[in-house]
Design a protein around this ligand. Structure first.
Ligand code: HEM
Length: 146
């Protein structure tokens, strides 16, 4: 598959993923205080079930295309300190791996029935901060040079 097509797949999946996290952290948290807690729990359960059905495919596309793109930059990644691009890309990939760790933890907690309340909010906030940093790095690595 061409680099351009992989980049478009990666970007579309990144938009779907970052958009979902933005919706959960910014929009959903904003309506919490306007709804009864039982209703909110039902809404969160329904969104959670939908996310479990859709997000694995989004993540498969995001990480699959990301790995294929990174393969083309393997010479730079083998020497992360050799250029600003290599360093920023390395940090971006490390953060993306951390996001994957968050996702695996969320699935584990969800199966055990403990993914709720403050624990769930902290996890979402952490993923949101990671995603913001990843997107800034993804653009900075192309335009920042030293
Ligand atoms: C949470 C996960 C991730 C997010 C949100 C994300 C997001 C992005 C974004 C927004 C871009 C810029 C695309 C553009 O503007 O054209 C990008 C580029 C890139 N990503 Fe990711 N990414 C993620 C995971 C990964 C992973 C796991 C890898 C590799 C192992 C990776 C490798 C790359 C590479 C090599 C580019 C540069 C492509 C280029 O501009 O030539 N990404 N990523």
């Amino acid at each position: 598959m061409s680099y351009g097509l992989l980049l478009i797949l990666h970007l579309l999946a990144a938009i779907a993923f970052a958009g979902t996290v933005f919706f959960e952290v910014v929009m959903l948290e904003g309506v919490r205080k306007h709804l009864p807690s039982d209703t909110m729990r039902e809404v969160e359960r329904a969104i959670g079930n939908r996310a479990v059905a859709i997000m694995p495919w989004v993540l498969l596309t995001l990480y699959g295309a990301g790995i294929a793109l990174a393969w083309q930059h393997r010479a730079a990644l083998a020497q992360p300190l050799s250029s600003s691009f290599a360093l920023l890309l390395t940090i971006k990939i490390a953060l993306a791996l951390s996001v994957f760790g968050h996702f695996a933890t969320a699935m584990f907690w969800r199966r055990r029935g403990v993914l709720r309340g403050a624990r769930s909010r902290r996890l979402h906030l952490s993923v949101f901060s990671h995603v913001l940093a990843i997107v800034v790095l993804a653009k900075a690595m192309l335009y920042l040079q030293w």
